[in-house]
Design a protein. Structure first.
Length: 320
């Protein structure tokens, strides 16, 4: 059951469901969470799915150019999805050459972004930033504010990988400004959550908490319960591990757990209805169980917040 804006930097960074709290070590736990966040974060690609947009941009060109360019772009994105970034880079550059022949700037900005993404995955970070900055300049000239904002987000990701957190923060702030200007709440929420992640890396935990609270508010506005649960889980994690505020952490984690229980109940109802329509009396609950396992970190963190406050009976109830 995907979130309406399945963009959150922290979302999906689940802990092992069988985590042993008896062997809890805050430093090791935080490092484990950070590693999982970084893995999830580096996998994100703001450009996948732009093939359709670029295809619309070039429909009015000569048919031979359309076919050649589309083929290059499609192949580049297939390689990107498969993790073959050298090939993605090669075909993105071929698409770039074809677009330059017909002089259409708007798709060129997006292809520069694809080139930057391939370079970033190949750990050629300075080259990636240069490609993104070219894309920003061209997108601005073409009036493509959406592409401009997403390129700033990618610049921020590259600077984060270089551990240049001030520049990463600055780039994400620019992305957020553009998201507000074009009234794209989904992009704003994603960039806000990502900015919170950068602040955590920079050990600016007060700013991280502020951004996570804003991300929670955006998810509520969008009526996206899963994003809300993910954000409140990460807010609880930050408050518990980095701010040592177990009381505030508990409140957010309790809200996250309420979300997962409600969604789990909805999944059961949908599965039962589906099975009954097919003539079966018993529904397979594997999807619901998988959903709960993926969000086991909320329960585990809530347990720790309760233990920290010496609320043993409540901790045991959550454990069950």
């Amino acid at each position: 059951m995907p979130s309406l804006f399945d963009w959150v930097a922290f979302g999906g960074t689940s802990l092992q469901s069988a985590f042993a709290w008896a062997a809890f070590n805050q430093s090791a736990f935080a490092n484990n969470v950070s590693m999982r966040q970084q893995q999830k974060y580096q996998q994100k690609n703001y450009h996948l799915g732009w093939v359709a947009v670029a295809r619309d941009d070039i429909r009015d060109m000569m048919s031979i150019s359309v076919n050649r360019i589309n083929n290059y772009m499609i192949v580049a994105n297939i390689y990107g999805n498969a993790g073959e970034y050298e090939h993605m880079l090669t075909y993105s550059e071929l698409a770039m050459e074809s677009h330059q022949e017909v002089g259409n700037k708007k798709p060129i900005a997006r292809i520069h972004g694809d080139i930057g993404t391939a370079q970033m995955h190949l750990e050629r970070l300075k080259e990636a930033i240069e490609s993104y900055e070219k894309a920003i300049e061209i997108a601005r000239e073409a009036g493509d504010r959406d592409a401009e904002g997403r390129m700033y987000a990618n610049v921020a990701i590259a600077y984060n990988q270089m551990e240049d957190y001030p520049k990463a923060v600055e780039s994400f702030q620019r992305a957020r400004e553009i998201a507000k200007e074009i009234e794209d709440q989904y992009f704003l929420g994603r960039a806000t959550a990502d900015l919170a992640y950068i602040y955590c890396n920079a050990k600016e935990f007060d700013n991280a908490v502020s951004m996570l609270k804003e991300a929670v508010e955006i998810s509520v506005e969008l009526k996206d319960d899963i994003a809300k649960g993910d954000m409140q889980t990460q807010l609880g994690l930050t408050l518990l591990l980095y701010k040592q505020d177990a009381v505030a952490a508990e409140g957010n984690l309790q809200e996250a757990v309420k979300v997962w229980r409600a969604v789990n109940q909805q999944l059961h109802q949908e599965l039962q209805a589906h099975q009954l329509r097919r003539g079966h009396w018993l529904a397979d609950n594997s999807e619901a169980m998988t959903f709960l396992q993926e969000h086991a970190d909320s329960y585990a963190l809530l347990q720790q917040a309760l233990v920290t406050q010496d609320k043993r009976s409540e901790e045991r109830r959550v454990g069950k």
